[in-house]
Design a binder for this molecule. Structure first.
Ligand code: ATP
Ligand code: MG
Length: 439
């Protein structure tokens, strides 16, 4: 731009002084050294000199030239696309960018020609800038290409990652849905050790627990119904035979009535035990704790069961080494003593021995109840605290047990933060040990 201005200043000075020929030669010289095409237009915009000798006499319709001739500026420039018969290399982005490969970009630099202080025309230099435009287009195409590839990679990665992230979530939600429909057998598989895998493991564990609880509940309901149905069925038979046998002898009728009475006792004891367990399960059972002497509770229970033992010719011995004063629920602990001693009597043959020992061991009261009874087979020992569990179903039926006594014992002892264990040898006897914290 500066060189065109400088050249126009020199040419302007010479314009009036030398012949048109010399002026033209000077122009060609300048165009050669500058490497472009030079044109001189007069004040009407008509081309007077053209170093390419193509447009002499024509009007140059270039906006830069007209701003100079109008006197608005001393120099100006602009870029235009012209059709000069050459074709550019096509690019894949041409349809996108709307590039016309048949047209060439040129730069027009115009400067006013001033001679003797007056504006006499303009010097215009036209030079191709296609190379620069080509390299810019190349760069843009390359960037568009890189951007396209990067976009594709990002989209693929996003799709893969979202699949990796959402698959375990979808698995889990499917599991939860199945669980809410009552299917607890469904397990979720999420590989790895990440948070989702931990969540899946926690879900599986919870699902297993719910499954176990569901089974235990069903088992409990079916066992409880069975326990209630048996005495009802017996009573129905007894009552029906009394109804349909008008000529039933008085003493037989009396016997039937006493059997019905026994069944009613059995029913009410089962219902009582069930209610106690339901209360403990629903956390409604509250201990009525008070300062009590555990030794008195033990003595009281033995006293209550003494007649039952006597009936079977059994002897209950008592050995109390410590009063074991403690803050506990006397009614509930009496039930613990009663249930275990009653078992001792029930599962010991006539003439056997039951011994009850109470002592203090550190901070604990230790109650041991042993018998010389039938004992419990090794494989059953672990189950005697289970609800409705009876070692010998037929034998227990004779003695009227429901298999709830020991589970109630265990729950009460646990509520007191204590423990109950059993040791037994089949045919020799059984020892139950209850350990309760004194303070
Ligand atoms: N001292 C014992 N000697 C031998 N077996 C015992 C003894 N105590 C309990 N068992 C076995 O454990 C089972 C469960 O005892 P648990 O007291 O819970 O039930 P139960 O005595 O049958 O009925 P109940 O609910 O009326 O007490 C018994 O059926 C019996 O088979
Ligand atoms: Mg019992």
């Amino acid at each position: 731009m500066t060189s065109v201005s400088e050249l126009s200043a020199v040419l302007g000075e010479q314009a009036g002084r030398e012949s048109a020929d010399t002026f033209y030669q000077r122009l060609i010289q300048a165009a050669r050294s500058g490497g472009g095409r030079l044109l001189v237009v007069d004040m009407d915009g008509k081309v007077q000199f053209d170093t390419f000798d193509e447009q002499c006499g024509t009007r140059l319709a270039l906006s830069e030239v007209h701003t100079l001739l109008d006197g608005e500026k001393e120099s100006d420039y602009g870029f235009h696309q012209i059709d000069n018969g050459t074709q550019q290399a096509p690019s894949v982005f041409d349809p996108l960018t709307g590039r016309d490969v048949n047209r060439t970009w040129v730069g027009c630099f115009a400067s006013a020609l001033i001679s003797g202080g007056e504006r006499v025309g303009a010097l215009v230099m036209i030079d191709s800038v296609q190379e620069t435009v080509d390299s810019l287009t190349n760069m843009r195409d390359r960037m568009l290409g890189i951007f396209g590839v990067a976009l594709a990679v990002v989209l693929v990665l996003a799709a893969v990652i979202s699949r990796i992230v959402t698959r375990p979530v979808a698995e889990l939600s499917a599991g939860i849905e199945r669980m809410s429909e009552g299917d607890y057998s469904r397990r979720v598989h999420v590989p790895g050790r990440g948070e989702m895998a931990q969540l899946a493991a926690a879900f599986n564990q919870m699902s297993q627990q719910v499954h176990n609880l569901d089974e235990a509940r069903n088992q409990f309901v079916s066992n409880a119904s069975h326990e209630l149905k048996t005495p009802l069925a017996t009573m129905k038979i007894l009552v029906e035979s009394m109804i349909y046998q008008d000529d039933m002898p008085g003493d037989l009728r009396q016997e039937f009535l006493s059997d019905i009475n026994k069944e009613i006792d059995r029913l009410s004891s089962v219902v009582g035990d069930l209610l106690t367990l339901v209360h403990i399960d629903s956390h409604k059972l509250r201990l009525r704790r008070e300062m009590m002497v555990f030794a008195d509770t033990v003595r009281e229970s033995v006293k209550r069961l003494q007649p039952l033992a006597k009936k079977r010719g059994q002897e209950i011995s008592m050995e109390i080494a410590d009063a074991c004063e403690m803050f506990a629920d006397p009614g509930k602990l009496a039930q613990v003593c009663y249930n275990i001693i009653e078992n001792g009597i029930k599962y010991t043959p006539d003439g056997g021995k039951i011994s009850v020992r109470l002592r203090r061991m550190g901070r604990d009261a230790v109650l041991e109840i042993s018998d010389t009874g039938v004992g419990i087979p090794a494989e059953d020992v672990a189950h005697v605290f289970d609800r409705f569990y009876r070692v010998d179903k037929a034998r227990s039926r004779d003695t009227g047990g429901t298999g709830l006594g020991l589970s109630i014992v265990q729950q009460i002892v646990r509520l007191h933060a204590g423990s109950v264990t059993v040791q037994s040898e089949q045919g020799k006897g059984t020892t139950f040990t209850v350990q309760l914290p004194v303070k």
